[in-house]
Write a new protein. Structure first.
Length: 300
């Protein structure tokens, strides 16, 4: 296994997150081959078959609908060539996952023992949620893909949708907009909560909907709720938090954005309106997107 402390000590010198990814790839001994279309897949396959890498003969079958990447240990490499090749499938709907798929492959190579490195070969598919190894690799990929000590140096303003998008374009343009929003917020150096608000039901109402109803019982009415909540580390340290599925206050800018389908709005609010707890002034920045509202909430 590669020494993590030695890696981390050098990571902070990288000038972008893409540079960091390429640097880690070199350290673990792999190169990326990216499949954008069928012609590119055939070119990659022919390239490595000509080099005597027989495993590439089944590349089309390896990259099935649910597979995002595959890493091979090369059997006929030249002395100066890296020992691994990571093929990343970026065709059609897989394209937004390209950046994360690359980091997922790197996460496996980072955690390999020396013995396993001799026989390594794996595919990155959509495993079930209970697969502990894949869940761990996702955590590593997310952490290093948006590594705080690298991107913190490039922050120019307080957290906002525009600032996050600027960082994405500058530091990791291959990362998806949504993954960048969630991950940059998660590793932002100051307290922040990212929420996704959608119409939904509480637990009791969900149970009612799952059961048979008598005709004279009215079905519950969906209200705007925090369908997803992500509190960053700085926010947890400051005990600044919201909770999934909590109802969005009628007085919140998030409700206004949703009701009026506004593209963007921001306001100073009291967190007590959300939690019925201690009064805390917060800034809410929100935008309407995909039939819901995304919000960034920070302490004033």
């Amino acid at each position: 296994m590669i020494t993590k402390l030695a890696l981390i000590a050098e990571m902070e010198d990288c000038r972008s997150l893409t540079d960091l990814m390429e640097w880690v790839a070199a350290k673990v001994g792999t190169i990326f081959e990216q499949v954008g279309d069928e012609a590119e897949l055939q070119r990659i396959k022919d390239k490595y078959l000509q080099k005597g890498e027989k495993a590439f003969a089944n590349l089309e079958k390896e990259l099935s609908d649910e597979v995002f990447g595959v890493t091979y240990r090369r059997q006929n490499k030249l002395a100066w060539e890296p020992p691994f090749v990571s093929v990343i499938d970026s065709r059609e709907e897989k394209a937004p996952r390209t950046y994360f798929t690359k980091w997922h492959e790197l996460a496996h190579l980072l955690t390999l023992t020396e013995q396993r490195r001799l026989v390594f070969r794996r595919t990155h598919a959509e495993y079930g949620e209970q697969d502990p190894e894949e869940k761990l690799m996702d955590i590593i990929a997310g952490r290093f893909g948006f590594y705080g000590p690298v991107f913190h140096r490039f922050i120019k303003a307080e957290i906002s949708f525009d600032e996050i998008e600027r960082l994405r374009r500058e530091l990791c343009p291959d990362a998806s907009v949504q993954a960048s929003l969630i991950s940059f917020t998660k590793y932002w150096p100051t307290p922040c909560v990212h929420i996704r608000a959608e119409l939904g039901f509480n637990k009791t109402q969900k149970r009612q909907l799952q059961q048979n109803h008598f005709g004279f019982i009215d079905a519950p009415e969906a209200v705007l709720r925090a369908a997803a909540v992500s509190v960053n580390e700085a926010g947890r340290d400051a005990r600044f938090r919201l909770f999934e599925n909590m109802r969005v206050p009628e007085s919140s800018m998030v409700q206004k954005i949703f009701s009026e389908r506004l593209s963007y709005g921001e306001a100073i609010e009291d967190l007590a309106q959300w939690t019925e707890g201690e009064s805390v002034r917060v800034k809410v920045k929100a935008r309407f997107r995909d039939e819901g509202v995304e919000g960034l909430i920070t302490p004033v």
